[in-house]
Design a protein around this ligand. Structure first.
Ligand code: FAD
Length: 404
């Protein structure tokens, strides 16, 4: 049944106050639609390591008036430098230019991005309800009733599942649908102590440096304006999915020793960064296989709930921001059923193609025999200078026009 409520008569329920949920609330407000965001945890923005936002994500933030603020907190990334563990340069590609895309990529703390969108949502008076864990929802005519763990309910015209990779909205919407899959990779990441100044290579300040060896890969980039703060990550393959207990059992000292062993003879500053790190995060990597649909009845999925991807795409947050803007624009212009169908048509294939890129990138970043590593070096040094910029162009150049 089609409802013809105008934008300002609609009440949206958003589940999850991550980047996708908070950005959706901001775009819905811009569209004149009221939304309340329900979040399972207390307001928290300190989780996460280093991340980068692509020019496509920056263009979405610009529409919210947040791109310049973000730039002032993070660090511009202009180049992606590939080398092997001996320091041999393999290739260098662009991370986006202002001339071509309006923005370069920007590296930052994931928490800084979340803080930025949440603060803006607070400033605009958007309603958030914390410690509200969704357990289920039902559709009653043209309304949705969300149920929370504490026994309370909320009623709205539709429910937007922005509740991340293990989405409960998705579980209710597609009870027999695909579940998140372990990719066979584990990422460890951290930040270098700001007081560690021995690595003062100004040539690296605007680059992501990715080093490949037989024992996986190690990447780093500056994540802050002003005094640099280096963020780093290391990926390795592990066929068996680690359990939470196994992950929790690792102390920072054990992780440091394990990494120092893996990267023992690697080019500087790999060992130095590990030794001067102030935190270690260990994360098994999952992604969500292509879903049969992103919407059923009066429920729709966005961000990681719809298409969680390997961090090796470097695009999860950027694509979530694109989703938020596109979905809100459709809800502004069309009745719900048409809006979500148009949203899915425009967004699903793109997000799934970027997910695949993430899996392919990850496969290149894990352990290899010496012969495989030599082959990888050779292929990268031939292919990337020829194709590298083109391989990113279709991702970076995507732009949604809010006005048309
Ligand atoms: C190691 C790592 C590195 C990454 N690096 C990058 C990068 O460089 N660039 C990039 O663009 N992306 C990166 N990503 C991906 C990026 O962080 C995510 O794609 C992005 O944060 C998606 O946001 P989201 O809002 O969809 O999901 P989330 O950030 O997961 O937010 C979901 C929210 O929903 C809440 N929630 C969950 N269940 C419920 C419930 N039942 N009821 C109420 N609330 C609930 C959660 O508490 C959470 O606050 C990385 C991810 C990882 C794991």
């Amino acid at each position: 049944m089609v409802t013809n409520k105008s934008a300002h008569e609609q009440q949206a329920i958003i589940i999850g106050s991550g980047i996708a949920g908070a950005a959706t609330a901001l775009f819905l407000k811009k569209a004149g639609i009221k939304a309340t965001v329900y979040e399972a945890y207390p307001r928290l923005t300190t989780i996460g390591g280093a991340m980068s936002l692509g020019p496509n994500g920056m263009n979405v933030l610009a529409e919210l008036g947040l791109a310049e603020k973000l730039k002032s907190q993070g660090a511009p990334l202009e180049r992606l430098h590939f080398r092997n563990q001996t320091g041999k340069r393999l290739a260098e590609t662009s991370s986006g230019t202002v001339e071509k895309y309006g923005y370069t990529s920007v590296a930052l703390h994931r928490s800084a991005l979340l803080e930025l969108v949440l603060n803006e949502a607070d400033r605009q008076g958007i309603a958030f309800e914390y410690e509200k864990r969704l357990t289920g929802y039902t559709q009653q005519g043209n309304q949705v009733v969300a149920q929370f763990e504490d026994g309370s309910t909320a009623t709205g015209d539709y429910i937007i599942g922005a509740d991340g990779i293990h989405s409960q909205v998705r579980s209710v919407m597609l009870p027999n649908g695909p579940k998140p899959e372990y990719t066979g990779h584990v990422a460890i990441g951290g930040f270098v102590d700001e007081n560690y100044r021995d690595w003062d290579n100004s040539g690296d300040l605007k680059k992501t440096v990715l080093t490949f060896g037989p024992e996986g890969s190690f990447g780093y980039c500056n994540t802050k304006s002003g005094v640099p703060q280096w963020g780093w990550w290391s990926t390795y393959g592990q066929a068996k999915e680690p359990t939470k207990a196994e992950l929790d059992a690792f102390t920072d000292e054990q992780l440091e020793q394990m990494l120092l062993k893996r990267h023992a003879s690697w080019v500087a500053p790999v060992k130095e960064f590990i030794q001067h790190s102030i935190m270690f995060i260990k994360t098994p990597i999952y992604d969500v296989p292509a879903l049969p649909t992103w919407h059923v009845g009066r429920a729709v999925l966005i961000g990681d709930a719809a298409h969680a991807m390997s961090p090796h795409a470097g695009q999860g947050a950027s694509v979530a921001l694109e989703d938020a803007m596109y979905l809100a624009k459709m809800l502004r212009d069309y009745p719900f059923e048409q809006a979500v169908e148009r949203y899915q048509t425009a967004r699903k294939a793109r997000a799934e193609k970027i997910c695949k890129t993430g899996r392919d990138n990850a496969a290149r970043q894990v352990d290899a025999t010496p012969a495989q590593a030599r082959m990888r070096d050779m292929v990268m040094s031939i292919i990337l200078p020829l194709m590298g910029d083109r391989m990113q162009d279709w991702i970076f150049k995507y732009k949604i026009n809010w006005e048309d």
